[in-house]
Design a protein around this ligand. Structure first.
Ligand code: ADP
Ligand code: MG
Length: 240
């Protein structure tokens, strides 16, 4: 069954149509990467899937159920942004526990266990008592990812999570994200990037977006060997 199904999704801001009728199925457990030029609607599409933004028309289904009217917290989704957006006055532990505390119904022990487990996965356990400003950029982004993991989501959405990191950290964190996906059964990831290498190495399938529409969806190999258009070839095949 599809984890996420988008049926003729449209989004306008005032008179401006940004998403123009997107049909897409993301499979359970799949690592789907969105690529496309700046301004083509990648971030908007992620925000629609997360529920942070309302769709103008169309239907969105998770596990076969329509979620159009569900608030972000009811969708079982966690989102990681380019800027880590940690709370500066809270420790790493408090940042990671905050969402769980808001959800209510989790005991202190359970929260501690979930935070420590996520911190171990990302090798940030030794930083739990620090403030964000005492961490490097790469460590902060791990905290942001760890914060998402503690919520135990079925779907992770990443919006260019590595673009603020330097080259070496980008590679290290990319490998960490790939491991994370492998280690969690049936967790679906949708990942936006403008980095060709990230797309080719992380993706089960790549969705190429162009001006608010899906241009082509396929495995990295399919897009590389049989691009439907010069536009796709330009994104996948040619060096940057
Ligand atoms: P991408 O992430 O692919 O670079 P975005 O989804 O951020 O693209 O933006 C797609 C288009 O939608 C852009 O032209 C942008 O200006 C417009 N847009 C995005 N959010 C808003 C908004 N809240 N109000 C008006 N226009 C917006
Ligand atoms: Mg964007």
């Amino acid at each position: 069954m599809a984890s996420i199904e988008l049926r003729n999704i449209r989004k306008s801001f005032g008179a401006v149509n940004v998403i123009k009728g997107v049909d897409l199925e993301v499979r359970k457990g799949e690592f789907m990467v969105f690529v496309g030029p700046s301004g083509c609607g990648k971030s908007t599409l992620l925000r629609l899937i997360s529920g942070l933004e309302d769709i103008t028309s169309g239907e969105m289904l998770f596990d076969g159920k329509v979620v159009n009217a569900l608030t972000p917290s009811k969708r079982g989704i966690a989102m990681v942004f380019q800027s880590y957006a940690l709370y500066p006055h809270m420790t790493v532990y408090e940042n990671m526990a905050f969402g769980l505390k808001l959800e209510k119904g989790h005991s202190k022990d359970e929260i501690r266990q979930r935070v420590e487990k996520a911190a171990d996965m990302l090798q940030i356990r030794q930083y739990l008592d620090r403030l964000p400003k005492q961490l490097s950029g790469g460590q902060r982004q791990r905290v942001a990812i760890g914060r998402a993991i503690t919520r135990d989501p079925k779907v992770f959405l990443f919006d260019e999570p590595l673009s603020n990191l330097d080259a070496a950290l980008r590679v290290a964190t990319r490998i960490e994200i790939a491991k994370l996906h492998e280690s969690m059964d049936n967790v679906t990831m949708i990942y936006v990037t403008h980095d060709q290498v990230e797309a080719m190495t992380l993706a089960d399938r790549i969705c190429v977006l162009r001006d608010g529409l899906v241009e082509q969806v396929g495995t990295p190999m399919e897009l590389y060997e049989k691009p439907d258009s010069i536009f796709v070839a330009g994104f996948i095949g040619s060096p940057k």
